[in-house]
Design a protein around this ligand. Structure first.
Ligand code: SF4
Ligand code: SF4
Length: 186
């Protein structure tokens, strides 16, 4: 008898849960559902493939194919956020379950590489080198003459003086020896 008021109240109250799948809730904003690509906008840069954490995207620019393994996708949205042309988008619903494995391949037209035009560069100006100035003959001949005279004359003078002194000392000795000889002879 104590619970009778609560039972009557709950029977008359609106239910908290929904009767899924007869009643489906509206999706939240920015919901990350099934991946969609507009292959005509794709430039096959491969950025989505490099950013995908589950490595389920394969881009082949040479053959113009964009391939995804939907079973490996974790709906992170990194490929969509990093696509430079914004050709990837995500639905607000998940894909329906399938019994067999699905291979998702898109074929597009990769852009052709642009031809580079090489502009002709102007040749650098070559400045003529100034001719060396001719030195006067007097300056060129004067320097060697001064050096030769200084070296040759100085030693000759000293030798002459030494010889004269030696001779001067030697002469008186010969005279004395001669006197002695004369004395001894007497
Ligand atoms: S889908 Fe986007 S990121 Fe991926 S190859 Fe194409 S242009 Fe590049
Ligand atoms: S949503 Fe995430 S896991 Fe799925 S293909 Fe894009 S990057 Fe890969």
């Amino acid at each position: 008898m104590l619970f009778t008021p609560n039972v009557i109240k709950n029977l008359l109250k609106k239910p908290v849960t929904r009767k899924y799948p007869f009643e489906v809730r509206a999706p939240f904003s920015n919901y990350r559902g099934e991946l969609v690509i507009d292959i005509n906008k794709c430039i096959f840069c491969g950025l989505c493939s490099r950013k995908c954490p589950s490595q389920c995207i394969t881009v082949d620019k040479s053959s113009g194919t964009w391939q995804c393994d939907p079973h490996a996708c974790v709906y992170c949205g990194l490929c969509r956020d990093n696509c430079p042309t914004k050709c990837l988008s995500m639905k607000d619903t998940h894909r329906k379950p399938v019994a067999e494995k699905v291979t998702w391949i898109e074929h597009g037209n990769p852009p052709k590489p642009k031809k580079r035009t090489v502009e002709a560069k102007p040749e650098p100006e070559v400045k003529p080198e100034p001719a060396p100035e001719a030195k006067p003959e007097a300056e060129v001949e004067a320097k060697p003459e001064v050096k030769v005279e200084a070296k040759t004359e100085a030693p000759v003078e000293t030798k002459v003086e030494v010889k004269s002194e030696v001779e001067a000392k030697a002469k008186p000795k010969t005279k004395k020896s001669g006197k002695k000889g004369k004395k001894g002879g007497k």
